[in-house]
Design a protein around this ligand. Structure first.
Ligand code: PLP
Length: 391
């Protein structure tokens, strides 16, 4: 029997090649020959969700009221818990009914946002290296991606003055991410003020991704974009329970900000999805209302891990800025290596999986990313192995 040929839509054909495929293959081979792999490649917390959050889900799942379709923009009680958390954490006031939307993980909201605002040919500004969902979402909506390179000489922040005037004129939306994956850099109040000026001048909707706002070091709390004067007038901020509460598998996030932007995103969602399971939102309320002890504990753990890895990498002479936030270290590869060849070297010779920086966009070439999502002892072991490996 023969069947007719199927070709995928141009939006799929236009996707960049999967740069991690070669690494995945090498990893499989290393595992197959019995190597003890230390995985510093993945940005997924290694510890389970705190028990009180799980307990709340167990209870909520038995309530028949949660067995029916939820509202696509989320339970008002969850959105109220989000607004309360913003008030407590950032002293930002948001109306739960019109300025907050529940998301099925922030990836879902980031993926859908361009569809609400981008017409074919509109420019979407994206940081590069960056979270791959930004350019993909822009492309799926027919937008033209303009990369804002994150370079060492600019403190790994986008140089807004380097955006050509004709690009700025055609720009409709900007993705921005602080604390940043993969560079671990955090923007300050002065930088956010410049983003807001740029947005007002060029009528650009700012979609700020704050997934890592709660994972920070040395007591330096990152700002929310929405703490800046005028931020609520230019855009929205995405946040997620994934990294903050070890809940990546639960798929629960939210966006907060300018109401017509929240409304546009909500309208896309109401046409495509039916919201997150209410029992999961109930557990999310428990997480957001749990006070600071959960996040304080996680932070203390990551601080120990960061200190262990950073001290070791410094001794090895590797060049990097000590992360002030996120669970990533963004490391320049030694002379004579590329992102790919250094990643391969560490995997081959030391059994350490890292992520090549160019996988996050061309300006990431010359860097690798290590994640702190494994125990302090394993991080110490990784340093020990690198000491013997050399380069
Ligand atoms: C992990 C991560 C998120 C969170 O994604 P969820 O869909 O909420 O799990 C968002 N943005 C960045 C940059 C991330 O690294």
């Amino acid at each position: 029997m023969s069947t007719f040929p199927i070709t995928c839509a141009e939006r799929l054909q236009a996707l960049p090649p999967y740069l991690f495929a070669a690494i995945d293959e090498m990893k499989q081979r290393a595992v197959a020959r019995g190597a003890d792999i230390i995985n510093l490649g993945i940005g997924d917390p290694d510890l389970p969700t705190p028990e009180p959050i799980i307990a709340r889900l167990r209870e909520a799942v038995t309530d028949p009221r949660h067995h029916q379709y939820p509202s696509s923009s989320g339970m008002l009680s969850f959105r109220t818990a989000v607004a309360d958390w913003y008030k407590r954490r950032f002293r930002v006031t948001a109306d739960p009914a019109s300025e907050v939307v529940t998301l099925i993980g922030s990836k879902e909201g980031i993926g859908h946002a361009p569809m609400a605002f981008i017409n074919p040919g509109d420019v979407v500004l994206v940081p590069s290296p960056g979270y791959p969902v930004y350019p993909v979402a822009a492309g799926f909506a027919g937008g033209v991606v303009h990369e804002m390179p994150l370079l060492k000489q600019n403190g790994f922040l986008p140089d807004l003055d380097a955006i050509p005037a004709d690009v700025a004129r055609r720009a409709k939306l900007m993705f921005f991410n602080s604390p940043n994956n993969p560079t671990s850099v955090t923007a300050d109040a002065a930088y956010f003020a410049r983003v807001i000026d740029f947005a007002n001048k060029h009528h650009v909707i700012v979609c700020h991704d704050a997934a890592y706002s709660e994972i920070f070091y040395d007591g330096n709390r990152p700002m929310s974009f929405l703490e800046s004067d005028g931020a609520m007038d230019v855009g929205i901020e995405f946040h997620s329970l994934s990294k903050t509460f070890n809940m990546t598998g639960w798929r629960l996030g939210f966006a907060v900000g300018r109401r017509d932007v929240i409304a546009g995103l909500s309208q896309i969602k109401s046409n495509l999805d039916s919201g997150q399971f209410q029992a999961i939102q109930e557990a999310g309320i428990a997480a957001l209302a749990s006070g600071d002890h959960v996040t304080d504990g996680l932070r203390a753990m990551y601080q120990e891990r960061r200190d262990t890895l950073v001290a070791g990498l410094q001794k090895l002479g590797l060049q990097f800025d000590v992360p002030q936030a996120t669970f990533y270290v963004w490391i320049a590869v030694p002379a004579g290596y590329t992102s790919a060849s250094f990643t391969a070297h560490l995997l081959d010779k030391a059994g350490i999986v890292t992520t090549p920086g160019n996988g996050f966009g061309a300006p990431g070439e010359g860097y690798i990313r290590m994640a702190l999502t494994t125990t302090k002892d394993r991080l110490a072991e990784a340093v020990e192995r690198m000491t013997h490996t050399g380069w």
